[in-house]
Design a protein around this ligand. Structure first.
Ligand code: NAD
Ligand code: TYD
Length: 351
């Protein structure tokens, strides 16, 4: 059995669904169900005895101790976080609470639980911390991609809070011997992505006839990875990663924001042409830039490939087509999320 924190969010839910389908080992999901957590993301597992859902906060140390003692997981995969850079600029407090204090509480609960395990279970236990390439800061245009040796230079409250959590995880390995692993992944996209982030926002705004906001000149570069490839990378690190080490996960898909948005518009023109015969690209609108906007991220994932034999399965072309199609096929999910109705659903389930 493994414990997954943040399993009702975008990547966590994809991870839990894939894990149950492909590994089949039971999962306990712990999630606070913030605005980003959606119980319906795991609806396919309702009634499946291999999945247990618990609503709770990772800053609640007593809850963590109790649930570790009760469920006795062999591993913790830690996704729970506040994850949106723009929100962190407008209100950093929750990012410090969940990403820093929450990770600290989880490490402490894990340490106490792990110390009490028998030798064999103790040796097998893993704490896998899911982090981001944004901890490395911004790359100059011609600079080589981030390796695991790159200095930490976070620029946003979000990336600073994730950097802090990475450092705590590292320290709990070196000081207490807790068997930790850290992954630093590039920008994800795919099904179940909350439509505040660039790719799902552009797809849903385009279909709703709204403007497609491009910050600044749109020449910022991100390195995109299909979410299922991130999930397979995490499974591989959990299985074979060296304790105390960090692994960069990415798919060699550097693209400028404006090119991503044009690609999505072209796919929608093909799959769901506008009734008035115009292209979706006419909805593109340049807006004020994000403060402190990082210019470029790029991941060198050669360690994952050379040491763990991991490679992404999707190209950007195949992944973005699947993603656009998923949003076209799941209009009810989008509507639920945008109207906030998923919160009523949660309240009804847990009343
Ligand atoms: P998300 O915002 O979609 O989901 C986060 C989940 O954590 C939500 O279900 C939320 O309810 C839950 N949560 C938040 N605060 C909590 C708390 N205090 N206690 C328990 N649960 C809480 O985020 P995501 O995009 O799925 O990202 C998941 C993880 O992956 C994060 O740690 C993020 O830093 C990391 N990451 C994300 C990306 C990306 O492109 N989205 C890339 C690399 C790494
Ligand atoms: P985002 O999806 O928020 O991810 P991150 O900031 O973690 O990389 O943004 C991806 C890129 O798209 C980033 O350079 C900011 C830009 N962006 C826009 O231009 N317009 C938007 O409406 C959003 C949400 C992002």
């Amino acid at each position: 059995m493994i414990l997954v924190t943040g399993g009702a969010g975008f990547i966590g839910a994809n991870f839990v669904l894939d894990w149950i389908a492909q590994v089949g080992e039971p999962v306990v999901t712990l999630d606070k169900l913030t605005y980003a957590g959606n119980r319906a993301n795991l609806a396919a597992l309702e009634g499946d005895g291999r999945h247990t859902f618990l609503q709770g906060d990772i800053t609640d140390g007593a809850l963590l101790e109790q649930l570790l003692a009760q469920h006795q997981p062999r591993a913790i995969v830690h996704f729970a976080a506040e994850s949106h850079v723009d929100r962190s600029i407008h209100g950093p407090e929750d990012f410090i609470q969940t990403n820093v204090i929450g990770t600290f509480r989880l490490l402490e609960a894990a340490r106490s639980y792990w110390n009490g395990l028998q030798d064999q279970a103790k040796a097998a236990f893993r704490f896998l911390h899911v982090s981001t390439d944004e901890v490395y800061g911004s790359l100059a245009p011609e600079a080589p991609a981030f390796t695991e040796q790159h200095a930490y230079e976070p620029n946003s409250p979000y990336s600073a809070s994730k950097a802090a959590s990475d450092h705590l995880v590292r320290a709990w390995f070196h000081t207490y011997g807790l068997p930790v692993l850290t992954t630093n992944c590039s920008n994800n996209y795919g099904p179940l992505h909350f439509p505040e982030k660039l790719i799902p926002l552009v797809i849903t705004n385009a279909l709703a006839g709204k403007p497609l906001p491009i910050y600044g000149d749109g020449q910022q570069i991100r390195d995109w990875l299909f979410v299922k490839d991130h999930c397979s990378g995490i499974r591989r690190v959990l299985e074979a990663g060296q304790l105390g080490e960090t692994y960069n996960i990415g798919g060699h898909n550097e693209m400028a924001n404006i090119d991503i948005v044009k690609r999505i518009c072209a796919l929608l023109d093909e799959l769901r042409p506008r009734a008035d015969g115009q292209g979706y690209a006419t909805q593109i609108t340049f807006v004020k830039d994000r403060p402190g906007h990082d210019r470029r991220y790029a991941i060198d994932a050669s360690r994952m490939q050379n040491e763990l034999g991991w490679q992404p399965a999707e190209t950007f072309d195949s992944g973005i087509r699947k993603t656009v199609q998923w949003y076209l096929d799941n209009a009810a999910w989008v509507e639920n999320v945008q109207s906030g109705a998923y919160r009523d659903w949660v309240q009804k389930q847990y009343a």
